[in-house]
Design a protein around this ligand. Structure first.
Ligand SMILES: *[C@@H]1O[C@H](CO)[C@@H](O)[C@H](O)[C@H]1NC(C)=O
Ligand SMILES: *[C@@H]1O[C@H](CO)[C@@H](O)[C@H](O)[C@H]1NC(C)=O
Ligand SMILES: *[C@@H]1O[C@H](CO)[C@@H](O)[C@H](O)[C@H]1NC(C)=O
Ligand SMILES: *[C@@H]1O[C@H](CO)[C@@H](O)[C@H](O)[C@H]1NC(C)=O
Ligand SMILES: *[C@@H]1O[C@H](CO)[C@@H](O)[C@H](O)[C@H]1NC(C)=O
Ligand SMILES: *[C@@H]1O[C@H](CO)[C@@H](O)[C@H](O)[C@H]1NC(C)=O
Ligand SMILES: *[C@@H]1O[C@H](CO)[C@@H](O)[C@H](O)[C@H]1NC(C)=O
Ligand SMILES: *[C@@H]1O[C@H](CO)[C@@H](O)[C@H](O)[C@H]1NC(C)=O
Ligand SMILES: *[C@@H]1O[C@H](CO)[C@@H](O)[C@H](O)[C@H]1NC(C)=O
Length: 374
């Protein structure tokens, strides 16, 4: 007997792909219903929504598969409400075992109820990417697969893809879907949009550990937090702690009181990687915080700020005074723009007011990247 658990936000991810992340949209899970039609094969232990923050509602699922399943398919259908729910946009049948065995194989496309009719690829920079293969092949009467083989000749950490769907009506016209996707995480392998959606659905939010599929989630988790005030007449730290929100999610809560206005604030940030002890690694920045909140000027700081600023009330012009909080910050792999190797890390932020050290916020985290069994 095997237990599989998965924690995923299907629709959240679907839309996260379709909408630039900084757009102000409300996109919120409102209900979840699961049902087993055969409790001797699968028992559903958990199927519920939980509010993680005011605007983030997560879906938790935990099912026990009582006998090995070698033949798994899933039908996904998106419905839109308009006096009752109506089928809308997405309807696909996927052979999970096959897709998960080779997530990047574009033949996953054949699981979709669309038929490919043509494919054209072109490299605009053959010194960076050479396209060796780009063609369709009929696998069966109703199954046409897309094969792509490209050689990326130099490593890149910054890959984005622009996707636009067109519909034919006397010539092709833009239709429905338009996506700009930052896919640095999957940079070495080309793939099709459906595969991205599907892969994203499972990779970021699942912890399947099963002969089918061969996929494990990214782990990017806070493991420790230490804060210290060096001058309690200026800043008092009321709270500095981690709290587990789910098996894979630990959030950081900070509450400090700045007792007098601070007009000159700098932050020394340094990332450490553990190898017996923590060694300085890769990122180091000395930031003028008052300048930074006015204009994002340092790429390293932007990287770190993007991860956590929205959980704080730090993003305002100087002076800083009163209650400074970090409310439930957790790490989101999809925001990480760096090819981190698996390991334990520590990010130290040392805060200086008037050029003198006032307090530290040191946070450790674990990163395990095992996206795909290659
Ligand atoms: C229910 O699950 C059992 C395995 O536990 C399987 O043998 C049986 O065929 C399933 N029944 C249906 C209707 O799928
Ligand atoms: C899933 O549910 C089973 C049965 O209730 C439980 O034993 C298991 O610990 C749960 N797994 C997780 C990750 O919560
Ligand atoms: C083409 O690729 C090379 C790397 O091989 C890169 O240095 C160059 O900037 C690229 N040119 C363009 C126009 O993107
Ligand atoms: C992709 O093309 C390259 C160059 O032709 C070839 O060496 C490689 O084996 C191909 N890979 C696959 C998986 O077909
Ligand atoms: C996944 O399963 C294998 C074999 O069942 C086990 O060795 C491994 O520790 C599991 N990995 C995780 C992350 O649970
Ligand atoms: C935070 O990390 C820095 C650098 O390792 C260290 O000097 C400092 O003592 C740490 N602060 C606390 C409160 O542990
Ligand atoms: C401690 O904070 C007070 C403001 O409350 C400030 O006047 C003093 O200079 C600070 N001391 C140090 C060593 O930074
Ligand atoms: C922060 O801590 C202070 C002092 O304990 C408390 O008065 C304040 O309400 C806290 N703020 C938040 C947002 O928790
Ligand atoms: C922080 O403030 C800047 C400038 O006002 C704004 O562009 C940015 O979106 C804010 N970031 C967050 C996380 O609130």
């Amino acid at each position: 007997m095997r237990t599989i658990t998965l924690v995923f936000g299907l629709f959240a991810i679907f839309v996260a792909l379709a909408i630039p992340s900084n757009d102000a949209v409300i996109f919120k899970l409102t209900n979840a219903v699961c049902k087993s039609y055969n409790e001797s094969w699968i028992v559903i232990n958990q199927c519920r929504l939980k509010a993680l923050r005011r605007d983030i509602i997560a879906f938790y699922f935990n099912g026990t598969v009582k006998h090995p399943a070698y033949d798994i398919s899933v039908n996904m259908q998106l419905l839109k409400k308009a006096n009752g729910y109506h089928p809308w946009l997405v309807n696909l049948d996927l052979d999970c075992c096959r897709f998960m065995r080779k997530p990047y194989n574009p033949t996953a496309m054949d699981a979709v109820t669309f038929k490919l009719t043509n494919v054209v690829c072109k490299s605009y920079n053959e010194s960076w990417i050479v396209i060796n293969k780009c063609r369709l092949k009929a696998l069966r009467r109703d199954r046409i697969a897309f094969y792509f083989n490209g050689t990326v000749k130099h490593p890149t950490n910054d890959v984005s893809v622009h996707i636009q769907m067109y519909k034919r009506a006397n010539g092709y016209h833009p239709w429905l879907m338009k996506i700009d996707l930052d896919c640095c995480r999957f940079m070495e392998r080309p793939y099709n949009p459906t595969a991205i959606v599907i892969a994203k659905l499972f990779l970021d939010f699942s912890n399947f550990n099963h002969t089918c599929p061969y996929v494990e989630a990214v782990i990017f988790k806070l493991t420790n937090a230490v804060c210290k005030s060096y001058n309690e007449s200026w800043i008092v730290i009321n709270k500095c702690r981690l709290k587990a929100l789910g098996r894979d999610r630990t959030a950081f809560y900070f509450n400090g009181t700045v007792k007098h206005p601070a007009y000159d604030i700098s932050v020394k940030g340094q990332l450490y990687k553990k190898a017996n002890v923590y060694m300085p690694w890769l990122l180091k920045a000395n930031i003028d915080a008052c300048r930074f909140v006015e204009k994002r000027y340092n790429p390293t700081a932007i990287l770190v700020a993007n991860l956590f600023l929205e959980f704080t009330n730090f993003n305002h012009s100087c002076p800083y005074v009163g209650s400074k909080i970090i409310d439930g910050f957790y790490l989101r792999p999809e925001l990480l723009r760096l090819p981190f190797p698996t390991g334990d890390y520590k990010l130290t932020l040392r805060w200086f007011y008037d050029k003198r050290l006032q307090f530290d916020t040191n946070v450790s985290f674990q990163f395990v990247e095992n996206l795909i069994d290659q």
